[in-house]
Design a protein around this ligand. Structure first.
Ligand SMILES: [Zn+2]
Length: 176
Protein backbone atom coordinates (compact mmCIF):
# COMPACT_ATOMS: atom_id res chain seq x y z
CA UNK A 1 0.00 0.00 0.00
CA UNK A 2 1.45 3.31 -1.01
CA UNK A 3 0.46 6.33 0.95
CA UNK A 4 2.02 9.71 0.61
CA UNK A 5 1.32 13.03 2.15
CA UNK A 6 0.86 15.75 -0.39
CA UNK A 7 2.41 18.95 0.78
CA UNK A 8 1.25 22.14 -0.83
CA UNK A 9 2.76 25.51 -0.34
CA UNK A 10 1.14 28.46 -2.01
CA UNK A 11 4.42 30.14 -2.85
CA UNK A 12 6.05 27.11 -4.37
CA UNK A 13 5.35 24.67 -7.05
CA UNK A 14 3.84 21.34 -6.17
CA UNK A 15 6.30 19.48 -4.07
CA UNK A 16 4.96 16.12 -5.11
CA UNK A 17 3.73 15.73 -8.63
CA UNK A 18 4.35 12.09 -9.36
CA UNK A 19 4.12 9.05 -7.18
CA UNK A 20 6.66 6.62 -8.62
CA UNK A 21 5.36 3.09 -8.98
CA UNK A 22 6.80 -0.12 -10.43
CA UNK A 23 5.08 -1.82 -13.35
CA UNK A 24 4.09 -4.75 -11.10
CA UNK A 25 2.58 -2.49 -8.46
CA UNK A 26 0.69 -0.51 -11.06
CA UNK A 27 -0.63 -3.62 -12.81
CA UNK A 28 -1.93 -4.89 -9.47
CA UNK A 29 -3.75 -1.64 -8.69
CA UNK A 30 -5.09 -1.27 -12.21
CA UNK A 31 -6.49 -4.81 -12.25
CA UNK A 32 -8.10 -4.30 -8.85
CA UNK A 33 -9.93 -1.28 -10.25
CA UNK A 34 -10.62 -2.87 -13.64
CA UNK A 35 -11.12 -6.58 -12.93
CA UNK A 36 -12.30 -7.31 -16.46
CA UNK A 37 -9.05 -6.26 -18.09
CA UNK A 38 -6.51 -8.75 -19.29
CA UNK A 39 -3.20 -8.55 -17.44
CA UNK A 40 -1.12 -9.61 -20.44
CA UNK A 41 -2.64 -6.95 -22.68
CA UNK A 42 -2.14 -4.31 -19.99
CA UNK A 43 1.52 -5.25 -19.58
CA UNK A 44 2.11 -5.15 -23.32
CA UNK A 45 0.59 -1.67 -23.50
CA UNK A 46 2.73 -0.40 -20.59
CA UNK A 47 5.88 -1.88 -22.10
CA UNK A 48 5.08 -0.37 -25.48
CA UNK A 49 4.47 3.06 -23.97
CA UNK A 50 7.67 2.83 -21.95
CA UNK A 51 9.53 1.75 -25.06
CA UNK A 52 8.23 4.77 -26.97
CA UNK A 53 9.07 6.99 -24.04
CA UNK A 54 12.65 5.74 -23.94
CA UNK A 55 12.97 6.26 -27.69
CA UNK A 56 11.99 9.89 -27.13
CA UNK A 57 8.56 9.65 -28.71
CA UNK A 58 6.55 12.63 -27.45
CA UNK A 59 2.90 13.48 -27.15
CA UNK A 60 1.41 15.34 -30.12
CA UNK A 61 1.74 18.52 -28.01
CA UNK A 62 5.46 17.93 -27.55
CA UNK A 63 5.52 16.80 -23.92
CA UNK A 64 6.69 13.46 -22.55
CA UNK A 65 4.11 10.75 -22.74
CA UNK A 66 2.53 9.57 -19.49
CA UNK A 67 3.03 5.81 -19.29
CA UNK A 68 0.33 5.09 -16.71
CA UNK A 69 -2.28 7.06 -18.63
CA UNK A 70 -1.13 5.71 -21.97
CA UNK A 71 -1.81 2.18 -20.72
CA UNK A 72 -5.54 2.87 -21.05
CA UNK A 73 -5.62 5.62 -23.69
CA UNK A 74 -3.84 6.48 -26.92
CA UNK A 75 -0.23 7.44 -26.08
CA UNK A 76 -0.23 11.02 -24.85
CA UNK A 77 1.04 13.25 -22.05
CA UNK A 78 -0.62 13.80 -18.68
CA UNK A 79 -2.19 17.12 -19.72
CA UNK A 80 -3.64 15.81 -22.97
CA UNK A 81 -5.09 12.71 -21.27
CA UNK A 82 -6.50 14.34 -18.14
CA UNK A 83 -6.98 17.95 -19.23
CA UNK A 84 -5.14 19.01 -16.08
CA UNK A 85 -2.04 21.16 -16.23
CA UNK A 86 0.15 19.33 -13.77
CA UNK A 87 0.06 15.97 -12.04
CA UNK A 88 -0.56 16.07 -8.32
CA UNK A 89 0.11 12.79 -6.65
CA UNK A 90 -0.63 10.82 -9.81
CA UNK A 91 1.10 7.53 -10.52
CA UNK A 92 3.89 7.22 -13.02
CA UNK A 93 6.05 4.19 -13.77
CA UNK A 94 9.36 4.73 -11.98
CA UNK A 95 11.43 3.90 -15.05
CA UNK A 96 9.87 6.84 -16.84
CA UNK A 97 10.64 9.25 -14.04
CA UNK A 98 14.39 8.65 -14.17
CA UNK A 99 14.75 10.51 -17.42
CA UNK A 100 12.21 13.13 -16.56
CA UNK A 101 12.25 15.30 -13.46
CA UNK A 102 12.80 12.97 -10.56
CA UNK A 103 11.18 15.32 -8.11
CA UNK A 104 8.57 16.49 -10.54
CA UNK A 105 10.64 19.54 -11.31
CA UNK A 106 9.45 21.92 -13.94
CA UNK A 107 11.41 22.23 -17.14
CA UNK A 108 11.17 25.37 -19.22
CA UNK A 109 10.82 23.26 -22.36
CA UNK A 110 7.58 21.85 -21.03
CA UNK A 111 6.13 25.23 -20.13
CA UNK A 112 3.65 27.23 -22.08
CA UNK A 113 5.90 29.82 -23.82
CA UNK A 114 3.34 32.52 -23.08
CA UNK A 115 3.46 31.86 -19.38
CA UNK A 116 7.07 31.39 -18.38
CA UNK A 117 8.24 32.91 -15.16
CA UNK A 118 10.82 31.86 -12.67
CA UNK A 119 14.41 31.02 -12.77
CA UNK A 120 15.98 28.14 -14.66
CA UNK A 121 19.31 26.37 -14.77
CA UNK A 122 21.28 25.56 -17.94
CA UNK A 123 19.28 22.37 -18.46
CA UNK A 124 16.03 24.27 -18.31
CA UNK A 125 14.98 23.11 -14.85
CA UNK A 126 13.33 25.58 -12.57
CA UNK A 127 15.44 26.61 -9.60
CA UNK A 128 13.39 27.21 -6.52
CA UNK A 129 14.71 30.37 -4.97
CA UNK A 130 14.00 29.18 -1.45
CA UNK A 131 16.50 26.34 -1.95
CA UNK A 132 19.43 28.64 -2.73
CA UNK A 133 21.88 28.82 0.11
CA UNK A 134 22.50 32.22 1.67
CA UNK A 135 26.17 33.19 1.85
CA UNK A 136 27.75 34.68 4.99
CA UNK A 137 29.26 37.44 2.84
CA UNK A 138 25.79 38.52 1.69
CA UNK A 139 24.63 39.06 5.25
CA UNK A 140 27.00 41.99 5.56
CA UNK A 141 26.16 43.43 2.13
CA UNK A 142 23.99 46.48 1.47
CA UNK A 143 22.28 44.71 -1.42
CA UNK A 144 20.97 41.93 0.75
CA UNK A 145 19.24 44.50 2.91
CA UNK A 146 17.49 46.33 0.08
CA UNK A 147 14.12 45.10 -0.99
CA UNK A 148 14.73 45.12 -4.73
CA UNK A 149 13.15 42.24 -6.63
CA UNK A 150 15.46 42.43 -9.62
CA UNK A 151 18.58 43.04 -7.56
CA UNK A 152 17.73 40.19 -5.24
CA UNK A 153 17.19 37.93 -8.23
CA UNK A 154 20.68 38.72 -9.54
CA UNK A 155 22.10 37.96 -6.08
CA UNK A 156 20.23 34.64 -6.08
CA UNK A 157 21.60 33.82 -9.52
CA UNK A 158 25.13 34.59 -8.37
CA UNK A 159 24.71 32.45 -5.25
CA UNK A 160 23.22 29.64 -7.30
CA UNK A 161 26.05 29.74 -9.86
CA UNK A 162 28.59 29.31 -7.10
CA UNK A 163 26.67 26.79 -5.04
CA UNK A 164 29.43 24.18 -5.42
CA UNK A 165 32.36 26.56 -4.91
CA UNK A 166 34.33 26.53 -1.67
CA UNK A 167 34.77 30.27 -1.65
CA UNK A 168 31.96 32.60 -2.59
CA UNK A 169 32.92 35.62 -4.70
CA UNK A 170 30.86 38.64 -5.54
CA UNK A 171 31.80 41.50 -7.86
CA UNK A 172 29.16 43.87 -6.58
CA UNK A 173 29.56 43.38 -2.84
CA UNK A 174 29.11 46.56 -0.81
CA UNK A 175 29.74 46.45 2.89
CA UNK A 176 26.90 47.66 5.07
ZN1 LIG B 1 0.16 16.28 -24.76
Amino acid sequence: MISIEIVLDKNLNYKIMWIPITIDEYVKIHLQNNPNENEKVLRVRIEAALDDYNKGVKCKCGKDIWIVGSASAPFACFSCITGKELPLGDYEIDGALDKRDKDGRININNMDPGNINGFFDDDGYEIRRDTIKMQPLCLTCIRNNIDDWEGNLLCDMNRNDQRDEKEFKCGVYEKL
